[in-house]
Design a protein around this ligand. Structure first.
Ligand SMILES: Nc1nc2c(ncn2[C@@H]2O[C@H](COP(=O)(O)OP(=O)(O)OP(=O)(O)O)[C@@H](O)[C@H]2O)c(=O)[nH]1
Ligand SMILES: [Mg+2]
Length: 217
């Protein structure tokens, strides 16, 4: 990276931090497609297995502890939750229910799955997805399934490793390399893997800057 590029990146990160720490407001919770908000601004959605840290990441990005509800019980988030960023609103962050294991009846999980699938495939203002992967576990088959679906939906996505504070640096390196190699095989996946810890703030500034660019602001 040249000095000029580094300076530009630093400036982008500052702008992103300012925007994410400014107006962020919960807009609505959509338990069904008919409750989706008007598609007026770009949207960035958070996907990932139950308990991977989607809600926590959203909270870390906006620097507030409880804007999205996080919990130790997998299956906490059960609807599509929309958060507006900027004043006036420049884009939205969408916290989604997790896939894979969830402490909920099969029928209910099936309903979330369809909601998420239809949203991901058909939402015109959806500009980017984040696929969150637990640093301790790496990619699981349900993640691969989701990535395949996103490839087909042709919406670009960033793979974001979460809970990096919970694993040794040497182990983390191995897992990231393996995820990176697999991501290369997915047409809609960005080659760069984001490594984050919502707990420690690791990788959050860089991800904010990337999302700002994704949203085109
Ligand atoms: N140590 C550590 N714990 C984390 C981190 N991110 C999330 N957690 C914890 O992981 C648990 C699940 O986090 P959530 O953010 O609720 O996960 P989620 O993906 O939104 O879960 P669902 O809504 O159930 O799909 C909570 O106990 C969080 O405190 C992290 O970066 N580090
Ligand atoms: Mg959640």
């Amino acid at each position: 990276m040249t000095e000029k590029e580094a300076a530009e990146l630093a400036q982008l990160e500052r702008r992103a931090k300012k925007l994410f720490s400014g107006r962020v407001e919960f807009l609505l919770s959509a338990p069904q497609l008919k409750f989706l908000p008007e598609p007026t601004v770009p949207e960035i959605a958070f996907a990932g297995r139950s308990n991977v840290g989607k809600s926590s990441l959203l909270n870390a990005l906006v620097g507030r502890k409880k804007i999205a509800r996080a919990s130790v019980t997998p299956g906490r988030t059960q609807e599509l939750n929309f958060f507006e960023v900027g004043d006036p609103t420049l884009f939205r962050l969408v916290d989604m229910p997790g896939y894979g294991f969830a402490k909920a009846p099969v029928k209910v999980v099936e309903k979330w799955k369809n909601l998420v699938k239809t949203y991901l495939r058909g939402r015109q203002v959806l500009v980017r997805n984040l696929v969150l992967v637990d640093s301790r576990h790496g990619l699981k088959d349900v993640d691969r399934e989701m990535m395949k679906m996103l490839d087909e939906a042709a919406v670009g996505y960033r793979v974001v490793m979460t809970k990096a504070d919970k694993i040794k640096a040497s182990e983390l390196e191995k897992t990231v390399a393996a995820v990176e190699a697999e991501a290369k095989k997915h047409v809609a996946a960005f080659p760069h893997i984001h490594v984050t810890s919502s707990e420690k703030g690791m990788g959050i500034g860089e991800l904010r800057a990337a999302l700002l660019q994704d949203a085109g602001v």
